[in-house]
Design a protein around this ligand. Structure first.
Ligand SMILES: Nc1ncnc2c1ncn2[C@@H]1O[C@H](COP(=O)(O)OP(=O)(O)O)[C@@H](O)[C@H]1O
Ligand SMILES: [Mg+2]
Length: 341
């Protein structure tokens, strides 16, 4: 979690921090990522990504596994160096002000980073102390962080005795106990039960309401739609769309999602059927899950009649038809031709 390159900090830079502030003229974003590039050998994991995050906002990065979300976060939190572009946090260039920037950030990593031999209290205490907290100040912050994640009655418990959801919450407490201005959470709800998930999402909202700026990644569209003020969609290292949920959804008003519930007989060739429907004009995607067939169709070229005819021709009963207004899943499908799974 903690970067070992602290020695690189050049203290003279602090005096030369660019403090260009034209009062009332420029409203600088809290985080500004400009044309960021990160390569791992031949692979460009982050390919000229740019976005800004305003103070007090929950900003979501969404995309499938391998899209480059964690790499982007690792660069922002100074855990990883990068090959091109610029990242400014609170008006500080992160390359020139690594140490100062680190103090502003709390990182909750995707892979849980807690010590098994320490109990909950000792874990949070250890991580908070890395940010220079000492004595009663340290204890107060640690207790508040544990209370915040709902673990104040589990202070003596060791991670091995905890459920997945509790370990995730402890991981969060370790990242936020030093009261960072910017909280970066990488897939904080993976593998947690519904109750812990709800707790985590509420905690993130509360952190924002208390004034923190939050960057959050997930590959669950619904979660991002639920809590993020603005969302960037990333695929294969590139940003393919960015905006508020209504802004993003308005990019795909042409698409209508139709769910048809049927009963698929034994031996029915789902692939052949899918391919046939997919080739119909105006059909943008087909997927079959259990007895539900999902078809994304163009509103303009409404092909629902043809699709129903195909059901009749194949002697597939139609138990129900339901259509859905476009959401971020539809947008992803439209932009990439793939489902976000
Ligand atoms: N340390 C690393 N070394 C080499 N390749 C990496 C490393 N970390 C990530 N990658 C690759 O970079 C790409 C982006 O990964 P990542 O940022 O973890 O994506 P995401 O978090 O969106 O799932 C993937 O192809 C992944 O395999
Ligand atoms: Mg990741």
């Amino acid at each position: 979690m903690i970067n070992s390159k602290e020695g690189e900090e050049n203290s003279s830079d602090i005096g030369t921090i660019i403090k260009i502030k034209y009062e009332g003229e420029i409203n600088m974003s809290y985080v500004s990522v400009d044309s960021l590039v990160k390569k791992y050998g031949e692979l460009t994991a982050v390919d000229h990504i740019s976005f800004t995050v305003e103070k007090g906002e929950i900003f979501g990065l969404i995309g499938p596994n391998g899209a480059g979300k964690s790499t982007t976060l690792n660069v922002i939190t100074t855990l990883t160096d990068f090959n091109g572009g610029e990242v400014i946090i609170n008006e500080l260039d992160i390359q020139k002000n690594r140490k100062n920037v680190k103090q502003l950030i709390g990182m909750v990593p995707q892979d849980i980073a807690i010590y098994d031999h320490l109990n909950a209290l000792e874990n949070v205490k250890f991580f908070a102390s890395l940010y220079g907290l000492r004595g009663s100040n340290l204890m107060q912050n640690v207790q508040e962080a544990l209370e915040f994640v709902g673990l104040s009655d589990k202070m003596k418990m060791k991670p091995k005795q905890m459920s997945g959801g509790m370990r995730r919450r402890l991981n969060i407490a370790c990242g936020i106990a030093h009261n960072p201005q910017l909280i970066v959470l990488d897939e904080p709800t993976v593998g947690v039960d519904a109750q812990s998930r709800e707790h985590i999402l509420n905690s993130i909202r509360l952190l924002r309401d208390r004034g923190a700026t939050v960057i959050y990644t997930s590959h669950y569209m619904q979660e991002v739609e639920e809590i993020c003020d603005r969302i960037a969609i990333i695929d294969k290292g590139q940003m393919i769309a960015c905006g508020t949920e209504p802004e993003l959804v308005s990019m795909v008003t042409d698409v209508l999602t139709v769910y048809i519930e049927t009963k698929i007989p034994l031996g029915f060739d789902r692939d052949v059927f899918s391919r046939k429907v997919k080739l119909m004009p105006g059909v943008k995607g087909v997927s079959i899950e259990g007895y539900n067939i999902r078809v994304d169709i163009s509103v303009e070229q409404n092909s629902i009649e043809r699709i129903i005819q195909e059901f009749i021709a194949q002697e597939l009963p139609i138990n129900s038809i339901k259509s859905e207004v476009p959401n971020l899943d539809t947008l992803f499908l439209t932009l990439t031709g793939r489902e976000l799974r």
